[in-house]
Design a protein. Structure first.
Length: 220
């Protein structure tokens, strides 16, 4: 995959998942080509790829638009993430040394120091917290599977902008870290799984209540 195509895909995924581009919003090739400083052919390739991922709809004579949000897909991705990352936490528990635990503690302290409106900065810390833990599992294949399913942060900006969500996530990270410090691998697994499953439940309910009917669908 070329550098240009990777840049466009990464940018459009971010815009869609963060809520900067809403469902049914038209994606005009000429405008996107100018915005990303690439050819229309490159934009067309990117839109085809995003169509396969379920993020974009291509309709004859109407062009491309952002697809409606699939609650079933979100539910599935979070549940897969919960199983994979929960198992990674179980494996990592016995492999974490004092430096690793300190790095997780410092990351958690950074999360607490951020202001509630610093959603993007907090999400960066959140990703790093999970990445620090996942990479200590000792299984390259498991890490690769987690990365392949990395869209579990779908629509994070929409959700984390809601009052109280960041503090709730920080509290759950604290519970995970306590289990890791005690070396309780099954407890760490349970905490990570519950953390992600709760996120899935909240996200689906939030989207149903706050996104207009017609912009989301129950099925895939």
């Amino acid at each position: 995959m070329s550098v240009e195509l990777t840049k466009v895909l990464k940018g459009l995924r971010y815009e869609i998942y963060s809520g900067l581009r809403l469902p049914r919003e038209r994606l005009v090739e000429t405008e996107l080509a100018e915005a990303y400083s690439v050819s229309r052919m490159m934009i067309r390739r990117a839109l085809n790829q995003l169509t396969q991922e379920g993020l974009v709809r291509l309709e004859p004579y109407r062009g491309a638009s952002v697809a409606e949000i699939s609650l079933a897909n979100i539910h599935e991705k979070y549940h897969i993430a919960a199983m994979l990352e929960g198992y990674a936490a179980k494996l990592a528990t016995k492999r974490l040394n004092s430096e690793d635990l300190e790095a997780l503690a410092q990351n958690l302290e950074q999360q607490k120091q951020l202001q509630v409106e610093d959603v993007q900065q907090w999400q960066g810390c959140n990703r790093q917290f999970h990445r620090l833990l996942n990479y200590k599992c000792g299984s390259a294949r498991l890490v690769e599977m987690i990365k392949e399913n990395a869209r579990f942060t779908s629509y994070w900006f929409i959700v984390l902008s809601a009052p109280g969500r960041i503090s709730a996530n920080i509290g759950e990270h604290e519970q995970i870290l306590r289990a890791l410090r005690r070396g309780e691998n099954e407890e760490a697994r349970h905490m990570v799984e519950r953390h992600l499953l709760k996120a899935a439940e909240y996200l689906v309910n939030f989207l149903k209540k706050n996104i207009p009917i017609g912009l989301w669908r129950e099925g895939p």
